[in-house]
Design a protein around this ligand. Structure first.
Ligand code: NAP
Length: 332
C-alpha cells in the first residue's frame, strides 16, 4: 500500500510526509494570463501581497500542502508561492505540474510538450521559480497524453526521484485508465482529478482506493459555484476565465453568470451542506471527505478570509453518511 489515511491526515508514501486532508490550490493566485487568441486563462487581477498573506495564514492554520503549476500565471503562481513559503519550506509539501508551454514575458500559454527532455527542462525552471531544491509531488498536467508517451514520462519521473529532484509524482487526469497506468510506477503516489458535489467521480475514487493513491481533488468548489458567492450577484471581472468560459467550463455562462441548471442543483443541496454550522463552502469540502478517506481537496483562494473559512472546514470534518445519502437523493 502506497499511502495511509485517517480522518484528518494523508500519508504520501513516496514522500514520506504527512499532509492534512486539505490542501490549497494556487491557480487563481497566478493572476492574469491568456491563450494565444487572448482569451483569459487566469482568474483576473490578484493582489500578490494578499496572496502571500493568505498562504501564510493557511499555513498557520495547519494547511501545509499547496498545489500549483508552472503555467499558472505563466510562472507567477510558483514565484508567489515560493515567496510565501520562504523560511518554512521544510514544513511544506509542494505539488506542481508540467507539460504546457508558455511565455513568461507575454504571459501567454502556447501549446504543450510531453517529451521527457522537456519534463526535465520544466522541472529545473519550476525549482528556480519556487526557490527550492526539490518538488514533493510532480504532476503531468496534460490529461490526455497517450499511454506510450506517459510510460516514458513515468520512467523520467523515476529518474528525477533517484536524482533527488522530486520526491514523488502523479498525473492530473480524469481518465482512470491513464491514472492506473501511472500508478504502476514505484513513486507514483497520487492522481489529481475533478470531483465535487455536482460532479462525482466514482470510478476514480475506486481506483485510488484499490491502488493506495491519494486523490488530489481539483475544482472542489466547482470554480466558486459551490461557495454561493456567485449566486449573490458577484460577477467575475473581464480577465477571469469564468467571464468568457471555454467549451469545457460548464459551471458559468458568458459574463460569469452561474449556469441555471447548476445553480439550481446548488440550491437543492444547500440545506444539507450547511447543516451542523457549516458554510456552503465547508459543506462542499465535507462532502468530499465523506466520499473517500483518500481525498485531499485543494480549493482555490485569493484572500485571507477565504483561506480562513476553508481551513476551518478541517475541524468540521466529513459529512455524516446519512447526509451523503441525502445529497445523492436530492441530486438523483
Ligand atoms: N488540470 C488541472 O490540473 C487543474 C484544473 C483546475 C484546477 N486545478 C487545481 O485545483 C485548484 C482548485 O480548483 P479551482 O481553482 O478550479 O476551483 P475551486 O477550488 O473549485 O474554486 C476556487 C474559487 O472559489 C472561490 N472561493 C474559494 N474559497 C471561497 C470562500 N471561502 N468563499 C467564497 N468564495 C471562495 C474563489 O474564487 P472567487 O473569490 O474569485 O469567486 C476561488 O478561486 C486550482 O487552484 C488548481 O491548483 C488543477
Amino acid at each position: 500500500m502506497k499511502t495511509q489515511t485517517d480522518r484528518k491526515t494523508r500519508t504520501l508514501g513516496g514522500v514520506g510526509a504527512e499532509v492534512g486532508a486539505l490542501g490549497f490550490g494556487c491557480w487563481a493566485i497566478g493572476g492574469e494570463w491568456s491563450a494565444p487568441d487572448g482569451s483569459p486563462l487566469g482568474w483576473g487581477e490578484v493582489d500578490d501581497e494578499e496572496s502571500v498573506a493568505a498562504v501564510r495564514r493557511a499555513f498557520d492554520l495547519g494547511v501545509t500542502f499547496f498545489d500549483t503549476a508552472d503555467v499558472y500565471g505563466a510562472g507567477h503562481s510558483e514565484r508567489v508561492l515560493g515567496r510565501a513559503l520562504a523560511g518554512r519550506r521544510d514544513e511544506a509539501v509542494i505539488a506542481t505540474k508540467w507539460g504546457n508551454l508558455f511565455d513568461e514575458r507575454t504571459r501567454t500559454m502556447d501549446g504543450a510538450d510531453t517529451s521527457p527532455a522537456y519534463a526535465r527542462e520544466a522541472l529545473v525552471a519550476s525549482l528556480r521559480r519556487l526557490g527550492t531544491d526539490r518538488i514533493d509531488l510532480y504532476q503531468l498536467h496534460i490529461g490526455d497524453t497517450p499511454p506510450d508517451r506517459a510510460l516514458e514520462l513515468r520512467d523520467a519521473c523515476e529518474e528525477f526521484v533517484a536524482e533527488g529532484l522530486i520526491r514523488a509524482y502523479g498525473w492530473s487526469t480524469d481518465d482512470p485508465e491513464r491514472a492506473a497506468l501511472f500508478a504502476g510506477g514505484e513513486h507514483c503516489v497520487a492522481v489529481q482529478h475533478a470531483c465535487n458535489v455536482l460532479e462525482d467521480a466514482p470510478e476514480m475514487l475506486s481506483l485510488t482506493e484499490e491502488r493506495g493513491l491519494i486523490s488530489v481533488v481539483r475544482s472542489p468548489l466547482a470554480m466558486g459555484l459551490l461557495t454561493g458567492a456567485r449566486g449573490e450577484g458577484r460577477r467575475p471581472a473581464a480577465g477571469d476565465i469564468r467571464s468568457t468560459p471555454p467549451a469545457w467550463l460548464s459551471w458559468f455562462e458568458t459574463g460569469g453568470v452561474p449556469a441555471k441548471h447548476w445553480a439550481a442543483r446548488v440550491e437543492a443541496v444547500r440545506e444539507v451542506l450547511t447543516a451542523d454550522g457549516r458554510t456552503l463552502t465547508q459543506g462542499a469540502l465535507g462532502w468530499l471527505w465523506a466520499r473517500s478517506g483518500r481525498t485531499v481537496p485543494i480549493p482555490g483562494f485569493r484572500t485571507v478570509a477565504q483561506a480562513e473559512e476553508n481551513a476551518a472546514a478541517l475541524a468540521l470534518g466529513p459529512l455524516r453518511p446519512e447526509q451523503l445519502e441525502e445529497v445523492a437523493g436530492l441530486l438523483a
